[in-house]
Design a protein around this ligand. Sequence first.
Ligand SMILES: CC(C)(COP(=O)(O)OP(=O)(O)OC[C@H]1O[C@@H](n2cnc3c(N)ncnc32)[C@H](O)[C@@H]1OP(=O)(O)O)[C@@H](O)C(=O)NCCC(=O)NCCS
Length: 179
Amino acid sequence: MPTQVAGCYPSRHEKRLTLKDGREVFQRPVLWTDRELILDLFNRISPESLYMRFLRHYRVLPEDMLYHFTHLDYIDRFALAAVVEEEGKEAIIAVVRYARDPQEGLTDLAIVVRDDWQNKGLGKSLLLGLIDAGREHGIKRFVSMMDPGNTIIRQTLARLGFEASYSLKNGVFQVEIVV
Ligand SMILES: CC(C)(COP(=O)(O)OP(=O)(O)OC[C@H]1O[C@@H](n2cnc3c(N)ncnc32)[C@H](O)[C@@H]1OP(=O)(O)O)[C@@H](O)C(=O)NCCC(=O)NCCS
């Protein structure tokens, strides 16, 4: 059974964006019916970007992850997708998500933008949208694991003006973002 029920989908987080290159994108919360579109996104991201997102080399997106990515309560588990029309069909070109672990008191955040849509302002818009959604639910601190060489996400967070602190743990950076 889907976690999402009618009336729960937060349509207030839907937004139309015009990117730096003038292209239009629809930003909206992820739906449980997005499974195929998210699989398609996974299959069309470069190995380098996938590694930066997951910090490991997945050839196939594990089924339990796909389930978590598409089954949201929009409170502790929230995700936004950027959607466009390609060849007459909907395509998801980027996803940002958070997951709060009430026991650990931590909220994990992760983002990926398909390579051919990077550096057009999508990452910043999605992060702002997700952070807004988190704030509505009292989340003021996010953590994310990132590769030490990932200068672009550091630059993105700096451009947004968030307070970010970095610590090295077992060869990966943990970034903590206070909003
Ligand atoms: C990190 C990532 C999400 C950024 O998304 P994006 O849509 O490309 O970012 P934006 O276009 O909003 O750019 C944000 C800032 O990053 C910088 N930037 C983005 N792409 C860049 C590039 N190719 N070269 C140099 N700077 C770049 C710019 O300074 C930009 O700010 P500005 O527009 O004010 O100049 C994207 O690169 C990505 O998906 N990377 C792979 C996955 C990943 O690293 N995830 C983060 C860990 S979970």
